[in-house]
Write a protein that binds this ligand. Sequence first.
Ligand code: GTP
Ligand code: MG
Length: 306
Amino acid sequence: MTTTDHGPDGGFRSGFACFVGRPNAGKSTLTNALVGTKVAITSSKPQTTRHTIRGIVHRADGQLILVDTPGLHRPRTLLGQRLNDLVRETWSEVDVVGLCVPADQKVGPGDKFIAAELAKLPRRTPVIGIITKTDLVPQQQVAEQLLALQDVMDFADLIPVSAVDGFQVGALAELLVGKLPFGPPLYPDGELTDEPEATLVAELIREAALEGVRDELPHSIAVVVEEMKPREGRDDLIDVHAELFVERSSQKAIILGHRGERLKQVGTSARKHIEALLGTRIYLDLHVKIAKDWQRDPKQLRRLGF
Ligand SMILES: Nc1nc2c(ncn2[C@@H]2O[C@H](COP(=O)(O)OP(=O)(O)OP(=O)(O)O)[C@@H](O)[C@H]2O)c(=O)[nH]1
Ligand SMILES: [Mg+2]
């Protein structure tokens, strides 16, 4: 006899979920909170995430693969268009979508634009409405935000969360897993991401470089790890050679800082995070280069991995 609450595979579920939302909505921070480790870099600058990042959540009742995507926005450059295409492509590949809207900002045209795009999906993928950053506002405002979000589209569920104080992060995981099909785990136990190490390292450098820069500069920064290999004759040191690209010489001057002081700080900060990730000491060799207007240039975009 079979029971209704136990499917095949002993009731174990596995599959994919993705977070979408405006830039800066808190998607990557939430991804990290669910995975329990930092798989995606985050910053207060919009459009921090530039490619889809998979984080894996292992639970007794299922395995959830979270696909963190770039914020969806009105594109102003070729890079922006590429990022939006990437987001839409991801939607068609997942079992459930989480639409993230921050508690501290009015539900607006940006969210409605995304909801309208989601509604165009050919397959009826369930969408869960997520109010993020609840720690920033009083409870009453969270309740009002839930009401406002309800009007945006037909959600399978609505849930307020905070990645910073952990409020309802576990409950969200449970909701998402509940929308996955029955099936065996797709990734080995303990694996937290399938990002190549060099990509994670490049992202950690970019995250460090984003700290303290403003205006258009965050968008102009790209990082490529050229080489990563153990120092000859040593098993406790990895040499990392990386290039940090900006679009103009004025930006290069800002990144370098007076006598290269700023770049040195970026390197020190990135090195700490990379050592924590790799569990070994590293030597970081970091150079700044100019790739003129790369965000608008198809050839350079390709070279930088977009
Ligand atoms: N107080 C608070 N801040 C948060 C929370 N989640 C994210 N933030 C902050 O919001 C900012 C944006 O977070 P990200 O996770 O990078 O946002 P994102 O949606 O991935 O942004 P893009 O990749 O640019 O689309 C960062 O400064 C985070 O520290 C939260 O739960 N509470
Ligand atoms: Mg992000």
